[in-house]
Design a binder for this molecule. Structure first.
Ligand SMILES: Nc1nc2c(ncn2[C@@H]2O[C@H](COP(=O)(O)OP(=O)(O)OP(=O)(O)O)[C@@H](O)[C@H]2O)c(=O)[nH]1
Ligand SMILES: [Mg+2]
Length: 444
């Protein structure tokens, strides 16, 4: 997986027209047939992934303790097979998928916890190690358990009778749930960022080497580089795996008062992108600033987005290959002043300083995303956040209305409970079907 998928596949001898996996280290003779990847055609990669689902059930818990090989998608068949025992591989559960198999499994026992199902979907799509860990944790059901506990508390509150008692002696459950819920929502969107990728935006004046930096980090000429200031107009976006964290990296137009209308539009797009950044990589030309290092702070200020909240930022002083040893020292001294963000001296031309930049970058990413295995489980989906906010609103209305019409207050509790139910899938068959068809029906 992650390489050429067809290299893992070979036509099945027993069933012409079907493909099966080969060259899986340690697979028992004929055992790979059991993974049966059906059909040919252009969607082999998807089908290999759907074959993963079979072994996932057996191995998910085991592979939590196991690191997959660096780079590439976080879930690989060899990794999964490598960490299950010979007996597990021979389990009768490993068989070719029938049409509709995953849908059936999703509805096992007529019950589906949507958060767990979404975790499974995320696991299949995980591209980096941290995403894989987060998805596994969600699949283990911790998030669902938390929401179900809140649901039960609200159900208990609704069941408490007589309602009149609540005027005198307020029910403890709604207040407790609201408090916990507020804390859960104030997570700096860690889980969602980890799931969708941290938005890192490269910004700076024209010709500072922003596009060169994007190309250096993604190791391919994704953006045009030229000595003409104002070369980049549109936002150029690429995805990266930095230290196990997913990154959506954007190169932007050089920030200046442009006369050319096309460039002006580019600068406006760059500013928009900066407003959405989780982390800014501010690139300045070290050779230009070296004669007057005191200008550093002002030059950086012109790059950062004007409106709060303040964004985490790394300062990259590029083109250090053009510096004399003396001015490099002066620049380094100016950077240690304290008022500047973490700074890195870099030459995109020679690659000097790349390791230090990656080290700083992964430190920031770790800070932004946190460790998905530590602390209480994070919110991973915007869908959950919206329902939780609505739940909190309903609890707020319940508290305000408690002294008035009790029937209305009871209705607010019901609504709050309903929003939690929509996250875990206890209500809303439409939602369940959406998830099943979006995340499970890949080729099957
Ligand atoms: N000497 C030297 N030149 C560099 C370095 N990085 C970039 N350059 C050169 O600087 C020029 C501008 O580089 P770009 O990467 O296009 O700069 P940019 O910031 O994207 O410029 P705009 O898109 O116009 O805003 C090119 O000629 C690059 O070859 C470096 O580390 N050292
Ligand atoms: Mg550029």
């Amino acid at each position: 997986l992650g390489q050429e998928p067809s290299s893992h596949l070979t036509p099945s001898r027993s069933e012409p027209g079907r493909m099966c996996l080969r060259s899986l280290p340690g697979a028992p003779e004929g055992g790979h047939e059991a993974l049966g990847v059906s059909g040919g055609g252009g969607r082999l990669a998807c089908r290999v992934r759907s074959a993963c689902m079979h072994i996932l059930r057996v191995c998910a818990r085991v592979c939590l303790a196991q690191d997959p090989a660096d780079g590439g998608p976080a879930i690989s068949i060899t990794c999964l097979l490598g960490c299950c025992t010979y007996e597990e591989r021979r389990l009768p559960g490993l068989r070719p998928a029938e049409p509709g198999d995953f849908t059936k499994r999703a509805f096992q026992n007529g019950k589906l916890d949507l958060t767990e199902a979404e975790g499974l979907g995320d696991l299949i799509h995980a591209e980096t190690e941290a995403q894989r860990r987060q998805a596994l944790r969600q699949m283990e059901g911790e998030l669902g358990q938390l929401y179900r506990r809140w649901s039960q508390e609200l159900t208990q509150a609704r069941a408490s009778a007589p309602w009149a008692v609540s005027r005198v002696c307020p029910l403890p459950q709604p207040a407790r749930v609201a408090l916990e819920l507020r804390g859960h929502l104030q997570d700096g969107r860690r889980g969602e960022r980890l799931r969708g990728g941290v938005h890192v935006v490269i910004a700076g004046p024209p010709n500072a080497g922003k596009s060169s930096l994007l190309n250096l980090l993604c190791q391919r000429p994704a953006a045009i580089v030229s000595p003409v200031p104002g070369t980049t107009r549109d936002v150029v976006e690429t995805t990266l795996n930095v230290g196990g964290y997913p990154v959506v990296l954007s190169d932007t137009a050089g920030l200046r008062d442009a006369r050319d209308p096309v460039e002006r539009e580019g600068v406006s797009r760059a500013r928009d992108r900066l407003q959405q950044a989780d982390l800014v990589l501010a690139v300045l030309d070290a050779a230009e600033l070296a004669p007057q290092p005191g200008r550093l702070a002002g030059a950086l200020q012109a790059v950062l987005p004007p409106s709060p909240p303040p964004r985490p930022c790394l300062l990259v002083l590029n083109k250090t290959d053009l510096l004399a040893e003396q001015s490099r020292g002066a620049l380094q001294e100016a950077c240690t002043g304290g008022s500047l963000p973490p700074t890195c001296l870099l030459s995109c031309m020679t690659g000097e300083g790349t390791a230090a930049l990656l080290h700083l970058l992964s430190g920031q990413l770790q800070h932004i995303c946190g460790d998905p295995l530590v602390g209480s489980p994070s919110l991973t989906q915007t869908r959950h956040r919206l329902h939780l906010i609505s739940c909190l609103d309903a609890l707020g209305r319940y508290h305000r209305g408690r002294g008035g019409d009790l029937a209305l207050a009871a209705e607010e509790l019901r609504l709050a409970r309903r929003h939690l139910g929509r996250i875990t899938g206890q209500v809303g068959a439409e939602d369940i079907l959406d998830i099943v068809f979006r995340d499970f029906c890949i080729g099957k």
